[in-house]
Design a protein around this ligand. Structure first.
Ligand SMILES: *Cc1c(COP(=O)(O)O)cnc(C)c1O
Length: 353
């Protein structure tokens, strides 16, 4: 080993779901929205004046912050935006988790949390989910350096009732509690109203899933103006111009079109409920999902085998090989047609074996 290698920050990076690119593929592996973004998004992209790109964008992302604040009836000083909620969450870890005590998040959850904790050298502990993949709120009723969890949780899709979230908040007045609501728009209950009551609560959401903009990278956090100010201080100490002109324009259009948002979310929820019935008929079991995916295990066919068989047909789902999730597949809800092709294959395959 060279001497200079001693001073390198060595990290094990997060592994994103693969992004295959076959014309005939059915892509149910990274929880993207199967519907295109709102028509207004496509219009502003067509009409963009490329000449303006010589100028820096607004570092405060004012138009987008205002559009989000208006949509959720908040003050502009209660909203922070970033390059996807991954960027927002990373900024939150950096800003709020500086205690020597461990932060807490579930053992089975979004696999970026431990990566950021390692990157920023934040101590952490991971209380295990119960047998049914539910978060046990009591595990968070002890001394800690902060709390973060998704609601609904990923990759399980399980929702935690708002009363339980409030119990966690009541038990943790001295640390920041982050609720990552990447999937909340697919039928779960948002903790947003609680930010008025709990000054230590941050609610993080994204445009990647329910607003069909994974490729644009827009996420946001809502909370007390004091928390938002601290977040902005850290952001401006790192990269002032996070949101580019295209993202600002597209984001505003996406959040303005409430009707399109409601319509596409409802379609996905409807498809999800039908998919639950089909999966049961095929011998799968799963916890009830309030997200745009279902985390399911088959009664006889191992997940690794199914994952591979689907892959050979260019049907992509997500598989987390290790530990308690090792026999589950996470299946993103696609269009009714995509789901029908997925089920048609499973019917044939599972009969054959
Ligand atoms: C998808 C996802 C995110 C990040 O999404 P962005 O595309 O970065 O906005 C954050 N948390 C969870 C739980 C997710 O599933």
């Amino acid at each position: 080993m060279k001497a200079w290698e001693n001073n390198i920050r060595k990290v094990t990076p997060y592994t994103p779901g693969e992004q295959p690119n076959q014309p005939d593929m059915i892509k149910l592996n990274t929880n993207e929205n199967p519907y295109p973004p709102a028509p207004g998004v496509q219009r502003v992209l067509r009409e963009m004046n490329g000449e303006l790109l010589r100028l820096y964008p607004d570092p405060a992302a004012g138009v987008l912050v205002k559009a989000i604040a208006d949509r959720y009836h908040l003050g502009e000083d209660q909203v922070f935006v970033g390059v996807g909620s991954d960027d927002v969450l990373a900024m939150c870890f950096l800003t709020f988790f500086n205690s020597k005590k461990p932060i807490l998040f579930p053992d089975i959850t979004y696999s970026f949390y431990d990566v950021w904790a390692e990157l920023f050298r934040i101590p952490y502990e991971r209380p295990p989910l119960d047998e049914g993949f539910h978060i046990r709120k009591e595990d968070y009723f002890r001394e800690n350096g902060g709390v973060v969890f998704p609601n609904p949780n990923a990759p399980t899709g399980v929702e935690m009732p708002l009363e339980d979230i409030e119990d966690i908040l009541k038990a943790n007045p001295d640390v920041i509690v982050i609720v990552d609501e990447a999937y909340v728009d697919f039928g779960a209950c948002s903790a947003l109203p609680l930010i008025e009551k709990y000054e230590n609560l941050l609610v993080v959401q994204t445009f990647s899933k329910s607003r069909s903009l994974a490729g644009m990278r827009i996420g946001f956090a809502c909370g007390n103006p004091v928390l938002i100010k601290y977040l902005n201080d850290v952001k401006y100490s790192f990269n002032s111009y996070t949101m580019d002109r295209t993202a600002l324009a597209a984001g505003v259009e996406a959040i303005k079109d409430e009707a399109y948002f409601q319509e596409t979310c409802s379609k996905i929820m409807e498809t999800r409920e039908r998919a639950k019935g089909e999966l049961k008929k095929l011998g799968f079991s799963f916890q009830d999902s309030k997200s745009n995916f279902i985390f399911a295990e088959h009664e006889s066919c191992p997940a690794a085998e199914l994952f591979q068989a689907l892959r050979e047909q260019h049907i992509y789902v997500r598989y987390f090989p290790k530990g308690r999730t090792g026999n589950h597949l996470r299946i993103t809800i696609g269009t009714p047609r995509e789901m029908e092709a997925f089920f048609a294959f499973l019917r044939k395959y599972l009969k054959k074996n």
